[in-house]
Design a protein around this ligand. Sequence first.
Ligand SMILES: NC(=O)c1ccc[n+]([C@@H]2O[C@H](COP(=O)([O-])OP(=O)(O)OC[C@H]3O[C@@H](n4cnc5c(N)ncnc54)[C@H](O)[C@@H]3O)[C@@H](O)[C@H]2O)c1
Length: 247
Amino acid sequence: MDKRVIVVGGANGVGAACVRSLTGAGASVFSLDMAEEPGRRVAEQAGAGFLPCDVTSREQVFSAVDSAASEMGGLDALVHVAGILVQGPAEELTDEVWSRAMDINARGPMLTNQAAFPHLKKGDRSCILNFASSAALTAYPGGAAYSASKGAVTAWTRTIAVEWARFGIRANVIHPSAATSMVEQHRNKMSDEEKAAYAELMRQKVPLGGEFGDPDRDIAPVITFLVSDGARFMTGQNIPINGGYYI
Ligand SMILES: NC(=O)c1ccc[n+]([C@@H]2O[C@H](COP(=O)([O-])OP(=O)(O)OC[C@H]3O[C@@H](n4cnc5c(N)ncnc54)[C@H](O)[C@@H]3O)[C@@H](O)[C@H]2O)c1
């Protein structure tokens, strides 16, 4: 694939799988993440470049995106995977937790998308993929701040899909379900009974396999397709990759 791609959040989980899938398909890839050690390791193993970057810093984001685009001789796609899960009952939510979720999950994509924009608009078939969650589309009891932050990035992406279409930039939102450390940390906070109930819920709710997907086999190949020109007529869409969860 003749594409130059930045993956934001490429150190772990789904982002790391995207780095591997895209380089495997022949794309030039730069991974950006605040987690330096795993970020460099994953990138090195996949033959990608790496730059440390905290998505909440406008300065770091613009500097890293400009450097990566310059190293690759341009930019065709930005895949913003980075995000955090925050939880807690809605009535107990603090300003601090709300702001942290919004900062990383909503302001982060806004900054990386803005930083990529001048590079992407130089091409005629560019794209942005932002990561949200089924929590943006359905109720997520116990995760109101997370849900609101993912709703924000979903609405932002829908709007830039229209605003930036005239610059040849497509923009879509991914709603994944994948077994990663984010999910593992969530499960680790549960009691044995809660874990069993959660596993049963997944068995009932996910027609394909009854559990979370595999980042490399189930999620990343779809991302590689969406970056490719095969998806050139797709924009502004919510794209769940979740085995049929919440159909
Ligand atoms: N795994 C799932 O089932 C699932 C479900 C719904 C949505 N999502 C979303 O998909 C995306 C990927 O999830 P994952 O499970 O691979 O998560 P993960 O925790 O495995 O990886 C997230 C990555 O984002 C990076 N990151 C976090 N904050 C950052 C910051 N401020 N600056 C730069 N990098 C930062 C982390 O270092 C990490 O490498 C996230 O946006 C998540 O909210 C995942």
